[in-house]
Design a protein around this ligand. Structure first.
Ligand code: HEM
Length: 528
């Protein structure tokens, strides 16, 4: 010990140091200054006031105070893992997307599974849709397939998304319930939104109480486009098929598991990967052209519809394997930012109005959630191919343009002039011809809300149908307002009269009149 000229732990309270061993790194402040004492703040005398001068204390507490970032506005609870995508069947004749060219080639991937409605600390086995978001770090930029474990969605137009989510989340005055489905606001909104009926059949099925993330299917939901080198378009729907098959628990199990182990799904994924039992999915595509799209009564731009696999089989083109857990949950799983608009050359959007709204929403929310337009500098979000542009500055800018040029065109020459456009390799949108008056309109082709709901229900086995009926009775029995229950049953009559009767009986309701088939299409008619 040196002389008393240093401020040192004094007396009996200061004996708990974990002395630095030669092999362990020295504890430092964020500025790199080695720390001698991490147990006691700097005081004026052993029992005196703490000194403002104690930069170590202030830095440590300051940093702790700012540890939380906003949780995702939806899909707050999630769990991610690393892996790879391997192409098994080339799509080179259909798309110029680099990831689909060379059979056997692997592309690094990160996947985050999630529930939608619950908060970050909610239980894994809530009855809820599961997010299935895949980031593929391709050689021509990141491609995010931000999908769910259900192939359809509640609504047809993104303008309804805030209403849907407000109705599903805890009610604003009482701040409960956590469970999305079991309350008046949710069923009130749903019963007034007939386009949600197909989705309701799926979410009342066992699909929303999966056995494991490893036994879930995934779907890109929307119709996308694949573009070849000449700009020719093929419509595509994306499917992930689990190697372990589709497996769910039953409701009684879900309730017990939530009580006994609310981390059931994340623990299962962590344990499986660490045991070398790597989960795997096939990537399948449904490919079709305009003529095929126009052959249906429903619209392929309507996210409440599927294209039946009996009519258009899924072609398997690759596999996704998850083989590495994260090093740090916050850095990777929390900070990962998926966005439907992240597409490389060769992949493009359709005019699905839900998809178009999503393309805006994700980037916008991530600026708030991650706090800076530079969130692409965070390693989990950074592309693994060369990135060069003139974006600069902003909070937490790690990469700025190098040298003098931070604009283009410039005449500085290739040495210092920075990156240039590439008309051949660069991203090009499908040259779709679009014209017409500006309207707020839902087309007639979006109007049938019951046929596919019925198709799904009748495709289920008797025990699966019973589970759907039981789930509806359970969830609707939590609804206090009887008119909301009746309104929902009035839709069920249009889906399956026996199901409607079963649910009405379960709720001790008289069978109401069937719902009017579809909400009238609201139109701003063009000036004649
Ligand atoms: C988050 C899927 C519709 C806005 C997510 C996530 C998934 C997902 C998987 C979680 C991503 C992650 O793990 O980080 C879907 C699907 C939809 C859909 C499949 C319909 C087909 C929408 C719509 C909007 C929207 C219509 C808004 C107009 C958001 C937002 C987040 C989110 C704001 C949080 C993103 C973040 O904070 O990083 N969605 N979503 N979603 N979604 Fe969607």
């Amino acid at each position: 010990k040196t002389a008393r000229s240093f401020a040192e732990p004094q007396g009996e309270g200061g004996e708990t140091h974990q002395a630095s061993e030669s092999s362990a790194p020295t504890l430092t402040t964020a500025q790199g200054a080695p720390v001698a004492d991490d147990q006691n703040s700097l005081k004026q005398g052993a029992r005196g006031p703490t000194l403002l001068e104690d930069f170590h204390l202030r830095e440590k507490i300051f940093h702790f105070d700012h540890e939380r970032i906003p949780e995702r506005v939806v899909h707050a609870r999630g769990y991610g893992a690393h892996g790879f995508f391997e192409l098994t069947d080339s799509l080179a004749d259909i798309t110029r997307a680099d990831i689909f060219q060379r059979v056997g080639e692997r592309t690094p991937a990160f996947v985050r599974f999630s529930t939608v409605a619950g908060s970050k600390g909610s239980a894994d086995l809530a009855r809820d849709v599961r997010g299935f978001a895949v980031k593929l770090y391709t050689q021509e930029g990141n491609w995010d397939i931000v999908g769910n474990n259900i192939p359809v969605f509640f609504i047809q137009d993104a303008i309804k998304f805030p209403d849907l989510v407000h109705a599903a989340k805890p009610e604003p005055d009482r701040a409960f319930p956590q469970a999305q489905t079991a309350h008046d606001n949710f069923w009130d909104f749903i019963s007034l939104t007939p386009e949600s009926m197909h989705m309701i059949m799926w979410i009342m099925s066992d699909r929303t109480i999966p056995r494991s993330f490893r036994t879930m299917e995934g779907f890109g939901v929307h119709t996308f486009r694949l573009l070849d080198a000449e700009g020719r378009s093929t419509f595509v729907k994306f499917h992930w098929k689990p190697k372990l098959g589709l497996q769910s628990v039953v409701w009684n199990e879900a309730v017990k598991i939530n009580g006994a182990d609310p981390d059931f799904h994340r623990r299962d994924l962590w344990d499986a990967i660490n045991a070398g039992d790597f989960p795997e999915w096939e990537l399948g595509v449904q490919l079709f052209d305009d003529e095929f799209a126009n052959s249906f009564d429903f619209d392929v731009l309507d996210a409440t519809k599927i294209i039946p696999e009996e009519i258009l089989p899924v072609r398997v083109v690759g596999r996704l394997v998850l083989d590495r857990v994260v090093d740090n949950f916050f850095a990777e799983t929390e900070q990962v930012a998926f966005c439907t608009q992240n597409v490389p050359p060769g992949i493009d959007f359709s005019n699905d109005p839900l998809l178009q709204g999503r393309n805006f929403s994700y980037l916008d929310t991530q600026l708030k959630r991650l706090g800076s337009p530079n969130f692409t500098h965070i390693p989990i979000n950074a592309a693994k191919c060369p990135v060069a542009n003139f974006q600069q500055d902003g909070h937490m800018a790690i990469h700025n343009p190098v040298g003098r040029a931070n604009y283009e065109p410039n005449s500085w020459g290739t040495e210092i002039g920075g990156p240039r456009e590439d008309p051949v390799r660069g991203f090009r949108s499908f040259a779709e011809v679009a014209e017409g008056p500006k309207l707020r309109i839902r087309p007639e082709s979006f109007a049938d809300h019951y046929s596919q709901a019925r198709q799904f229900f009748v495709s289920q086995t008797p025990i699966e149908q019973k589970h759907i009926g039981d789930a509806l009775v359970f969830e609707l029995s939590k609804v206090e307002h009887v008119d909301i229950r009746a309104r929902l049953v009035s839709h069920l009559i249009n889906i399956d009269p026996v199901l409607a009767r079963t649910v009405a009986d379960g709720l001790a309701l008289d069978l109401p009149e069937p719902a009017v088939a579809a909400r009238p299409t609201i139109q701003d008619l063009p000036p004649s």
